[in-house]
Design a protein around this ligand. Structure first.
Ligand SMILES: N[C@@H](CCC(=O)N[C@@H](CS)C(=O)NCC(=O)O)C(=O)O
Length: 202
């Protein structure tokens, strides 16, 4: 049985979404998004930085969301959600899958820290402004790419689980602008998927 160590309103939602899309059985270890749970000795033994998501599959333990997505698809699906390696879509799939943690999530992290996590007296408006501008710039190519496409490679894939979730978080942070109509429609499309709705309410 797969066990997902999870906290609400975090990247762990991507993994619930993945498991729901694949119809897999799993156990959810639901923690609070608080140092009390995430930085506890028990959770630090699972993840050296005390973060989520962490996935346990028998003797296997993984704690990086993109790696978890790739692992679950490789070991627990019949290849669905990922184009075959020799498909012309495969390079595009890989690019957007990794663009998520590589380009979009770093400024998302900074914005969350500067608007939600730090006490007001430690927040820095310049750092926040830089991150908001970088996030908007990083989302622009995603908006351009989505013109004429329902999903990142046409059909729904794991690239949408990763980057789509990051776009959804970016929208909640107010960084998806009116100049990004394709991205807005894409986020709306994602939000109608039953597995996504289950994940977001977990
Ligand atoms: N690159 C990692 C990032 C993991 C990460 O930073 N998770 C956040 C939640 S979205 C977390 O656990 N933060 C808690 C903390 O920093 O204390 C991944 O994709 O799994």
């Amino acid at each position: 049985m797969l066990t997902l160590h999870f906290a609400p309103n975090s990247r762990a939602g991507r993994i619930v979404w993945l498991l729901e899309e694949l119809g897999l059985q799993y156990r959810l270890n639901r923690m609070d998004f608080s140092p009390k749970d995430l930085k506890s000795p028990e959770h630090r033994a699972r993840h050296p930085l005390g973060r989520v998501p962490v996935l346990d599959d028998g003797d296997v333990r993984l704690w990086e969301s993109g790696a978890i997505v790739e692992y679950v698809i490789a070991r627990h699906s019949d290849g669905t959600l990922r184009p075959p390696v020799d498909s012309p879509l495969f390079p595009t799939y890989l690019q957007w899958l990794h663009y998520c943690e590589g380009m979009v999530m770093p400024p998302v992290n900074t914005i969350v820290v500067q608007t939600l996590l730090l006490p007001p007296e430690r927040r820095n408006a310049e750092v926040l402004g830089q991150a908001q501008r970088l996030l908007t710039r990083s989302l622009a190519p995603v908006n351009d790419h989505l013109q004429g496409r329902d999903y990142l490679i046409g059909n729904f894939s794991a690239a949408d689980l990763m980057l789509g979730h990051a776009c959804y978080m970016s929208q909640r942070l107010g960084c998806v602008t009116d100049e990004m109509p394709h991205l807005r429609q894409y986020i709306e499309r994602i939000a109608t998927r039953p597995a996504f709705q289950t994940a977001m309410s977990a």
